[in-house]
Ligand binder design. Structure first.
Ligand code: CU
Length: 129
Protein backbone atom coordinates (compact mmCIF):
# COMPACT_ATOMS: atom_id res chain seq x y z
CA UNK A 1 0.00 0.00 0.00
CA UNK A 2 2.80 2.40 0.95
CA UNK A 3 4.40 1.96 -2.48
CA UNK A 4 1.12 2.87 -4.18
CA UNK A 5 0.83 6.06 -2.14
CA UNK A 6 4.35 7.09 -3.14
CA UNK A 7 3.67 6.51 -6.83
CA UNK A 8 0.42 8.44 -6.52
CA UNK A 9 2.30 11.35 -4.96
CA UNK A 10 4.94 11.33 -7.69
CA UNK A 11 2.25 11.21 -10.38
CA UNK A 12 0.42 14.13 -8.77
CA UNK A 13 3.63 16.18 -8.59
CA UNK A 14 4.30 15.54 -12.29
CA UNK A 15 0.78 16.62 -13.25
CA UNK A 16 0.84 19.75 -11.08
CA UNK A 17 4.40 20.60 -12.07
CA UNK A 18 3.58 20.35 -15.76
CA UNK A 19 0.68 22.74 -15.24
CA UNK A 20 2.93 25.38 -13.71
CA UNK A 21 5.43 25.29 -16.56
CA UNK A 22 3.71 25.84 -19.88
CA UNK A 23 6.85 25.66 -21.98
CA UNK A 24 9.82 23.36 -22.08
CA UNK A 25 13.19 24.57 -20.90
CA UNK A 26 16.75 23.38 -20.80
CA UNK A 27 16.94 24.47 -17.15
CA UNK A 28 14.55 21.94 -15.64
CA UNK A 29 13.19 22.76 -12.21
CA UNK A 30 14.05 26.46 -12.41
CA UNK A 31 11.24 28.92 -11.72
CA UNK A 32 10.53 32.30 -13.28
CA UNK A 33 8.05 34.27 -11.20
CA UNK A 34 6.73 37.45 -12.83
CA UNK A 35 5.19 40.39 -10.96
CA UNK A 36 3.61 43.33 -12.76
CA UNK A 37 2.90 46.78 -11.37
CA UNK A 38 0.19 48.06 -11.60
CA UNK A 39 -1.85 44.93 -10.91
CA UNK A 40 -3.82 44.30 -13.07
CA UNK A 41 -1.45 45.60 -15.77
CA UNK A 42 -2.53 48.64 -17.77
CA UNK A 43 -1.83 49.93 -21.26
CA UNK A 44 1.47 51.84 -21.26
CA UNK A 45 4.64 51.34 -19.25
CA UNK A 46 4.42 48.70 -16.52
CA UNK A 47 6.99 47.83 -13.89
CA UNK A 48 8.13 44.23 -14.26
CA UNK A 49 9.92 42.17 -11.64
CA UNK A 50 11.11 38.68 -12.46
CA UNK A 51 12.37 36.37 -9.73
CA UNK A 52 14.55 33.51 -10.94
CA UNK A 53 15.22 30.49 -8.76
CA UNK A 54 17.09 27.32 -9.58
CA UNK A 55 16.02 23.72 -9.07
CA UNK A 56 17.09 23.96 -5.41
CA UNK A 57 15.09 27.16 -4.84
CA UNK A 58 18.18 29.39 -4.66
CA UNK A 59 18.18 32.73 -6.52
CA UNK A 60 19.80 32.67 -9.96
CA UNK A 61 22.24 35.59 -10.03
CA UNK A 62 24.04 37.37 -12.86
CA UNK A 63 21.64 36.25 -15.57
CA UNK A 64 21.09 38.23 -18.74
CA UNK A 65 17.30 38.64 -18.81
CA UNK A 66 15.22 39.82 -21.75
CA UNK A 67 11.46 39.91 -22.12
CA UNK A 68 9.38 39.94 -25.28
CA UNK A 69 5.72 40.83 -24.90
CA UNK A 70 3.25 39.74 -27.56
CA UNK A 71 -0.50 39.75 -27.94
CA UNK A 72 -2.60 36.69 -28.64
CA UNK A 73 -3.60 38.01 -32.06
CA UNK A 74 -1.54 38.69 -35.16
CA UNK A 75 -0.41 42.01 -36.55
CA UNK A 76 1.08 43.64 -33.47
CA UNK A 77 4.63 44.72 -32.85
CA UNK A 78 6.22 42.96 -29.89
CA UNK A 79 7.38 44.95 -26.87
CA UNK A 80 10.83 44.31 -25.45
CA UNK A 81 12.46 44.89 -22.08
CA UNK A 82 15.98 44.28 -20.83
CA UNK A 83 15.91 43.69 -17.10
CA UNK A 84 18.50 44.78 -14.53
CA UNK A 85 19.31 42.74 -11.44
CA UNK A 86 18.17 44.77 -8.41
CA UNK A 87 18.62 42.07 -5.76
CA UNK A 88 20.17 38.61 -6.03
CA UNK A 89 17.95 36.72 -8.45
CA UNK A 90 15.47 39.60 -8.87
CA UNK A 91 15.38 41.45 -12.17
CA UNK A 92 13.45 44.66 -12.82
CA UNK A 93 12.52 46.70 -15.86
CA UNK A 94 9.75 48.40 -17.79
CA UNK A 95 7.51 46.80 -20.39
CA UNK A 96 5.16 48.76 -22.61
CA UNK A 97 1.77 47.16 -23.27
CA UNK A 98 0.63 48.99 -26.37
CA UNK A 99 -2.98 47.76 -26.35
CA UNK A 100 -5.56 46.36 -23.94
CA UNK A 101 -6.30 42.64 -24.05
CA UNK A 102 -4.51 39.33 -23.64
CA UNK A 103 -0.72 39.29 -23.76
CA UNK A 104 1.97 36.72 -23.18
CA UNK A 105 5.58 37.33 -22.22
CA UNK A 106 8.50 35.29 -23.48
CA UNK A 107 11.28 35.23 -20.91
CA UNK A 108 14.81 34.53 -22.08
CA UNK A 109 17.43 34.35 -19.34
CA UNK A 110 21.01 33.57 -20.24
CA UNK A 111 22.60 32.02 -17.18
CA UNK A 112 26.26 32.55 -16.23
CA UNK A 113 26.86 28.80 -16.69
CA UNK A 114 25.88 29.07 -20.36
CA UNK A 115 22.40 27.61 -20.15
CA UNK A 116 19.36 29.52 -21.36
CA UNK A 117 16.10 29.51 -19.50
CA UNK A 118 13.00 30.06 -21.66
CA UNK A 119 9.54 30.59 -20.28
CA UNK A 120 6.19 31.74 -21.63
CA UNK A 121 4.05 33.57 -19.12
CA UNK A 122 0.47 34.52 -19.92
CA UNK A 123 -0.69 38.02 -19.01
CA UNK A 124 -4.42 38.06 -19.70
CA UNK A 125 -6.60 41.12 -19.43
CA UNK A 126 -4.28 44.09 -19.78
CA UNK A 127 -6.60 47.01 -19.07
CA UNK A 128 -7.12 49.86 -21.47
CA UNK A 129 -6.81 53.27 -19.85
CU1 CU B 1 -3.32 44.00 -29.96
Amino acid sequence: LQRHVIWLAIGLMLVLGAGCRPSASDVPGAEADLTLQPDPPTVGDNQVILALTDEAGAPIENADVRLEGNMNHAGMKPSFADLQEVEPGRYAGTLDFTMGGDWFILVTAKLPDGRTLDRKIDVPGVEAK
